[in-house]
Write a protein that binds this ligand. Sequence first.
Ligand code: GDP
Length: 197
Amino acid sequence: MEIKSARFIISNTDVTKCPSGNLPEYAFIGRSNVGKSSLINMLTNKKGLAMTSSMPGKTQLINHFLINDAWYLVDLPGYGYAQRGKEGREKIRSIIESYILNRYEMTCLFVLIDCRHEPQKIDVEFLEWLGENEIPFCIVFTKADKLGPVRFKENVEAYKKRLLEDWEKLPPVFYTSSEKKQGRTELLDYIGSINDS
Ligand code: GDP
């Protein structure tokens, strides 16, 4: 799929105020600093579209971007930022949960995982929660350029093995680097294939 246009529409903390019109939505989520904003900017080919920040946890809103006037790319708040405190974390959790559980338009959720880290409890529990709630999702490994090919493969395989302790099979998996524009075609074609079906 080609991206012909991408524009920011609205930021929200309230799922009932998300855009109307029933366009399909593809949402992106992950722990703070996982590389979500960089990935969104890479996918849309627009540098400043999603706000990247060296300060983790800065984006705490549901952001809607209209793509090709046909679908929304949705940037969900980053979860699990320790310094936000218990109350802050609970607030973010409720925003995320209400979007994922109630947003009828959400067609697929892309869960971002930093390829450098071992499986983290917070991510594994989140993936389990998605499964329990029958949410359609994919896993997107980010920052592939930060590891050599051997380490990258080892890490990814270890991650999949951990998930297969709880799951019979894995959801679709993508491998990306925003730095090298890796995985862009694969992700966009996947979205295109769902949109066309
Ligand atoms: P977010 O908090 O999940 O939105 O993460 P950002 O997109 O702001 O990225 C966090 C940090 O990781 C920034 O310093 C980015 O430059 C860096 N980063 C993000 N994606 C990549 C990538 O694919 N490769 C490399 N080398 N760095 C990345």
